[in-house]
Design a protein around this ligand. Structure first.
Ligand code: H79
Length: 449
């Protein structure tokens, strides 16, 4: 039975307006975590803390006063917004999402609602504006991450257990809403808001506020996109309301993981985005990346293709240093991915779930309505034979490598709705893209029983 909800989902199904279509076609984004935590970089009083660098205040039990004084050290001498944006452009991202305020509460913009912001650092200038302008100049959409959880503001509460809590937290919600209105107003090109730090009981008990914020942002900035993580309904149900409908405009629960290409195929029916770290769990800059596996460019590229193949966006995180420079490991990853994207980007941008069964060699992607099917090969079989099961009625006609359209790859029909593509046997050092011309026609002969 459907519950009557005041603060539940505002609509069902995918948004199909121009702003959302653009968001979806972007597919590949850069996440940037930058704040005071970039200065210590996971190390405090000579001790390295292995947990996420942006959690150092909590891991090392640092007092708020001590942590907050890092503000007087924020002076990124090597920062160059244009260089960041150029690197992102070369990597092939179409959007970038930046932490305007993480859990520590420090604001990268000169907010009139708190002194704990960039204008009181030695740097002084509006660094958020520099970043937005530089990325926009490269044609990259900019989205704002905002943590509702706030370790700096004394009115923040994890739960509401007294009248005093409820009064203080109400002040906090006003503060956060004012800040969000300020961001939406002062940075008019912002395309989306990415909320985090919304899982505590205090927020769950104030689902009304999450809807109010969604509506406020959409009225200040028509077309703006909101992630499901902001939202809680009347009963504290998060992401999805108590009737099971997705709240906000896309699902944002995939963090450092991706949906299973077979078991989780249901994700293809809504918009979603996965965010990913390069090390195991570091978002802000950490000085020592030897503490966990650091993903290779090919692992990350595979995740990007995997996400596209299931109709999702992929947001790859970077944690610039306190001095504003970007570590060489991240630069190398950006370069390798970018080189591949420059040649093969057409199988990512504007592409979606292709409707075919997952195969061991890699992933299918497809532009909506196109009769070209893309195959991105990550695991070449020793036989060179790529199995393809097509849906009933679909016919594969011819195939070629994306980069050599003149040379056909043999397409062999071996059984009803089953094909083998004959890939030349050799050592491949990067993911190969095969473009298949297909026909969704119904004239499929009844050749096989
Ligand atoms: O900004 C990055 C991290 O710093 C931030 N989100 C990414 C994008 C982050 N904050 N906290 N965490 C990640 C981990 C928190 C996990 C938990 Fe929970 C919160 C454990 C219990 C409460 C959410 C709710 C996850 C499990 C239950």
């Amino acid at each position: 039975k459907r519950l009557e909800l005041k603060y539940g989902a505002q609509y069902t199904g995918k948004r199909t307006d121009a702003a959302m279509n653009k968001w979806r076609s972007n597919r590949f984004g850069q996440f940037i975590h930058w704040g005071l935590y970039a200065i210590p970089g996971g190390v405090w009083n000579g001790k390295t803390y292995n947990y996420a660098a942006e959690f150092l205040k909590s891991s090392a039990h640092i007092s708020t006063a001590t942590w907050d004084s890092l503000m007087y050290k924020f002076n990124p001498k090597k920062f160059n917004a244009k260089e960041w944006a150029k690197m992102a452009k070369k990597m092939g991202v179409k959007y970038m999402t930046i932490t305007t305020k993480h859990h520590e509460g420090f604001c990268l913009w000169p907010s009139r609602y708190t002194d704990f912001n960039i204008s009181n650092t030695p740097y002084k200038k509006d660094i958020l504006k520099e970043i937005v302008d530089a990325y926009n100049a490269e044609g990259i959409d900019v989205n704002f991450y905002y943590s509702v959880l706030d370790w700096h503001n004394p009115d923040w509460r994890y739960d509401i257990k007294s009248k005093e809590d409820s009064i203080a937290f109400r002040r906090y919600l006003d503060f956060a809403e004012n800040q969000l209105k300020e961001l939406a107003t002062n940075y008019p090109t912002v395309k989306a808001f990415w909320f985090d730090g919304t899982w505590d009981a205090s927020v769950k008990k104030n689902g009304w506020w999450t809807l109010e914020v969604e509506k406020m942002l959409k009225s200040v900035r028509p077309g703006v996109i909101i992630n499901s993580r902001l939202r809680a309904d009347d009963y504290g149900s998060r992401h999805k309301d108590s009737n099971g409908e997705l709240m906000g405009d896309y699902e944002s629960g995939y963090e450092r993981r991706l949906p299973d290409p077979v078991k989780d195929i249901k994700v293809t029916s809504w918009d979603w985005e996965a965010c990913m770290t390069i090390p195991e769990n570091q978002w802000g800059y950490h000085q020592d990346w030897s503490i966990s596996h650091v993903k290779s460019p090919l692992e990350l590229l595979e995740m990007l293709v995997h996400a596209t193949s299931m109709g999702g966006n992929f947001l790859l995180n970077f944690g610039p240093k306190g001095d504003g420079s970007i570590r060489s490991e991240e630069q190398n990853i950006a370069k390798t991915i970018g080189d591949w994207m420059a040649v093969n980007g057409q199988v990512i941008y504007n592409c979606d779930y292709a409707g075919l069964k997952k195969q061991d060699w890699g992933y299918f992607t497809r532009e909506k309505g196109s009769n070209q099917l893309n195959m991105v090969i990550f695991n070449v079989p020793v036989s060179g034979l790529l199995h393809v099961d097509v849906p009933k009625g679909m016919i594969l006609k011819k195939a070629h490598f994306l980069t050599t359209p003149g040379q056909q790859i043999k397409v062999e029909e071996i059984a009803k709705n089953q094909y083998l593509l004959h890939m030349p046997i050799k050592l491949y050092t990067s993911p190969q893209v095969i473009v298949v011309e297909c026909d969704n026609g119904k004239e499929n002969a009844n050749k096989y029983q």
